[in-house]
Design a protein around this ligand. Sequence first.
Ligand code: GH3
Ligand code: MG
Length: 544
Amino acid sequence: MVRGILVDLQKYKNHLFQTIKNKLTEWLSLKEETVLAEDLYRFLHSIKGTSGTLQLDDLMQISSELLSKLENEEKKKWTEIELNNFLYPLITLIYKHENSGNLASLNNKVLNLKAPLIQIIDDDVSMLILLKDVLETKGWMVITNTNPESAVKQYFEMKPDCLILDIQLPQKDGFQVLQEIQNDSEKYFIPTIMISIKNNKETRIRAYQMGADDFFKKPIDMEEFVAKVDRHLQRKKIFDQFVLIDELTQVYNRKFLMDNLQRFFLDFKRTNEPFSISIIDIDFFKKINDTYGHLMGDQVLRDFAQYIKRNIRSMDTIYRYGGEEFVIVFPKTTSGDVNRLLTKLIKGFSQIEYTHKESSFSVTFSAGIYTVKDEFVTLTEAFKEADSSLYHAKHLGRSRVECLQMTSNVYQKATLNISIVDDDTIIRTLLSQMLESITIDNIHLNIKLFENGPSFLNSEHAKEDVNHFLILDGVMPVMDGLEVLQKVKQEKNAHRYKVLMLTGRKSQDEIERALRLGADDYVTKPFNVTDLQVRIERILNMLK
Ligand code: GH3
Ligand code: MG
């Protein structure tokens, strides 16, 4: 008897959710027309009543909250966008309900922005998917590559906390990849685990000699593997805490900067003597890497750091902030003096001529300055200001120094286009709301939604020559997501794109094809919204 009642209730619950979903889909697809306040009220009111009866507490709470919010609003006609914003809590709940069975079976570890980042390079996609799944249940973020070329690129861009590398790869083998990145991984102490079908002594010794920290034979014992990765990550963390000198450039690193800056601020409070912070970024550095290789890029970084060191006073200190970004702190100095000095140094450094095979090139940099002379400013604010000035300098054409404190130029943010291409209205809305809530310093996010491939591909948005983050559904009726991906990769501005594919959980074939076609990352549906948000925030920060 009791059983019967329970089953029935579930049926009604599902029916209610389906009805809500249909209505939302209908409303959120309205282009020109609008929804009347009365209709909205009636809709929410009926959800509230039914959900109470069906003991759907979260749904009842959300509908009650929305109702009382609605009562305080003036009676108006609701546009699609307004509805979208207003009904967001409901949309999230519907998504969760629809996927509750699947989401519950997923891990409940939620990613956070500081989660360790693991990169796996393997052309065996079933292996890749398995490893990613297992490692992500630990709350680590995993990026995957099948293609060694783009893997090396992504490695330099993302600087993972651990690298897992298969030896048997197409085009170049794991050893060659290791060679290309080895200098770097030693510098950053990025633990590298090699995996291979081949498990003879020679292979293992060669791996260790070339800089691998660990070796696993396939098939992998997952339990042991996870324990080892965990250990490597822990050691990396400890190592990072102790190192204060950047190995590549031999100047202080970011950690030391943060320690020192705090001291500078305390000193300032005591002495009231102004000091300046300058953030410097090498211009078009990516191009140097792409054209002349990473080794040449490294050389430029070393030369740059040494050039600056030779040309600043002994009380000034240069730090490598990360990648090709440096910070100089000038005690007892205000922005005018720093501006003059750095302008001179840009000129001086650009006179160094680099030669590579037949061609030659020179390098410039841009800088932003902020002078701390006000006791109310915090470290974070000062840093942000200097960074804004740097972006302003980039915006004005690079190879220059800017200080927004001195000029009141209105400065324009750079734009990052974001597109969501998915035929499911609920997912489109969910993702767009989530993206709207993300802010990235100095970047204007230009978000657009498309319900099918062709409308995206034909849009101006897709063709613009700005960085582009594309979230692409794998399976769509009008044009398959993979076909859209393929077309994007053939466009002139293909290098501007980072593509995140949304794929079916069970569909290994789809994931495989997406990665081979050059997708940068994939997430299986149904996704956990918080996880996805963290993931996207990290990628966006890297794209800026
Ligand atoms: P912009 O003028 O706007 O600054 O353009 P950019 O190309 O200099 O800037 P972007 O941020 O696009 O590229 C920076 C590149 O620096 C990306 C990354 O692969 C590379 N990079 C970061 N760290 C290292 C490193 O240690 N060695 C080498 N060779 N390259 C690095
Ligand atoms: Mg740069």
